[in-house]
Ligand binder design. Structure first.
Ligand code: SF4
Ligand code: SF4
Ligand code: FES
Length: 260
């Protein structure tokens, strides 16, 4: 029996007007998010047997979002944030049937696509939870989305300025609370946020790269042009595939690497 079963029992027997949002009861839709004994959790995935017999279990709505009623909150702000992120941008001059990339490159972004948009990470993040900086920080869920796009082997959009300014990536102080509550076990801080922070730092705050860009007009030594377009030296083939013998993301930031 899970917490959601208990809520349904309460609806059926005690409080028929109790407002509870749910859909799949299989930890797939992300709609039953709430705070169980203060911890952001999916109520359909949290077992009653995880608690001591006789222990009081408190279920509350997510505090990061405006309350609609009982356990239902208004999460529409998240969809507005989502619309501000530049979408996937493949090479314009290459037809879709000719897109090519390496399996190991796509495996890396696959992790980010596991997100079920439960917004538990947004709920736990202190930057959003204080209700004063939510317009300046897109939050961990959307840093995960940006990471999935930025690290896609053939994506050509440049979202670093957005991350630095509108996205507010600097607000994150890598507490890893978001990673701890993610039901999909996405390593949000290590694999998404830290590499994005490194890319922003390389682009905007690394003095050597700043001088290099001024002198050469290129993004970083041996890397892409500063404007985010493809290198003029042909280091990346026109079909978006990697140069011979090289992974299509070699030279780009990994979980602990850096890139401009
Ligand atoms: S690691 Fe960053 S995004 Fe995640 S909860 Fe902490 S401050 Fe928020
Ligand atoms: S990253 Fe994890 S916690 Fe955040 S919305 Fe996606 S699945 Fe939920
Ligand atoms: S009801 Fe779908 S994730 Fe819980």
């Amino acid at each position: 029996m899970v917490i959601l079963d208990a809520l349904h029992w309460i609806q059926a027997n005690v409080a028929p007007d109790l407002a509870v949002r749910w859909n799949c009861k299989a930890a797939r839709c992300g709609s039953c998010s709430a705070e169980v004994n203060g911890r952001p959790s999916l109520t359909c995935k949290t077992r009653l047997s995880d608690f001591e017999p006789g222990e009081t279990i408190t279920v509350e709505p997510m505090r990061a979002f405006p309350l609609i009623r009982d356990l239902v909150t208004d999460v529409s702000w998240n969809y507005e944030v989502n619309r501000r992120i530049a979408p996937f941008q493949p090479p314009e001059d290459v037809p879709q049937e000719e897109w090519r990339w390496q399996q190991r490159d796509i495996e890396r972004v696959q992790e980010f696509r596991k997100c079920i948009e439960c917004f538990l990470c947004q709920d736990v993040c202190h930057v959003l939870r204080n209700h004063t900086t939510e317009n300046e920080f897109i939050g961990p869920r959307f840093l995960v989305r940006v990471a999935g796009l930025e690290m896609h082997p053939i994506d050509e959009a440049d979202r670093l300025e957005f991350l630095k300014d509108d996205g507010g990536v600097g607000y994150c102080n890598i507490t890893k609370c978001c990673t701890e509550v993610c039901p999909e076990h996405i390593k949000i801080t290590d694999n998404a946020i830290i590499p994005l922070k490194e890319r922003v730092a390389d682009r905007y705050y690394d003095p050597i790269q700043m001088v290099w860009r001024k002198v050469t007009g290129r993004g970083r030594p041996g890397g892409a042009p500063a404007d985010g377009s493809r290198p003029a030296d042909g280091s990346r083939p026109a079909d978006g595939s990697p140069p011979a013998g090289q992974s299509s993301t070699e030279g780009r930031a990994g979980p602990t690497g850096s890139s401009g």
